[in-house]
Design a protein around this ligand. Sequence first.
Ligand SMILES: [Zn+2]
Length: 309
Amino acid sequence: MKNGRNLFRILLLLGMMLACNFPTGLRETPITAENESATPQLTTEPITTPTPSLPASQPPIGVFTLAVLVDLNSEPVRREQAQVVVGEASQIFYRLTKFTLEMVDFREVSGAVKMDDILQKYLSDPAAVRSDGIIIFSYGDDETAKLYGGYAFAYPGPGGFKSRFVSSYANPNSIYVSVIHFGHRYAACGYGGSETPVSSVSIDGECRGQPGIACTEKYGYQMCSLAVNDLAASTPTYFTSSSFVHEIMHPFGKLGIKDHYWTAECTEIMKSGLSKRPYNDVFFDSAESEQYVNMCPYVFDNFVNSYRP
Ligand SMILES: [Zn+2]
């Protein structure tokens, strides 16, 4: 990759809450892209909204720490907003892994344009707080996060850094980075790519590729009427919070976007008994998919087993 540094990068684009449909064209490193708008989704079960996670009833196994960087070239995110999202994501994270998330640093960054520059600048700062992961609230390189919601990659830590969570699929000095579009509109309807609504029904691949679905107002924007009861729409920030968890998990799976819930590969792995987590291998269970933040359940086991405190 660029700069001749040994930059390994697994770039995994977020297609949270939706089945995945990644283009097969890859760049020099495994890059996976998921297009949320182009994917039909089979829903054969009524979508239920489970009760929100309760506070931890047993002590967490450990804490996955996060530095949060806000790219002011994209959109501002206040510390309190970041704290809310990390707290909400932590509940999801605990339910799935028995680990919690904690924000250990918060910085607003300006000037740097590329994610690589933002990370280099931060990691070379002696005052930077060492963390297991870094969240960058940004539109991302090439506005990729703005388009898809988010993406993730493993990034080499500074000299001497050793991961406390050692993925078999990333270098042992990796910091797990997620680039997240904070203001991403879950199940946006009637925008056709514009900032403001241009239609009262879905267009251009919205509403899981179903045109003509009625749009409805929720959280100050037009949402697909079919999506308003989704878990992802259960709070104004749930989609962003669950995106955290989804993205943090990607480097702990071996298959990139095929590590999403209910891909053929996922079903094969789950049928093999590798993971003891419940899994419906008969039909696409959208409620179960949401519970697993759209990841194949075995990836959470990999994450838990990666812990080297
Ligand atoms: Zn993904």
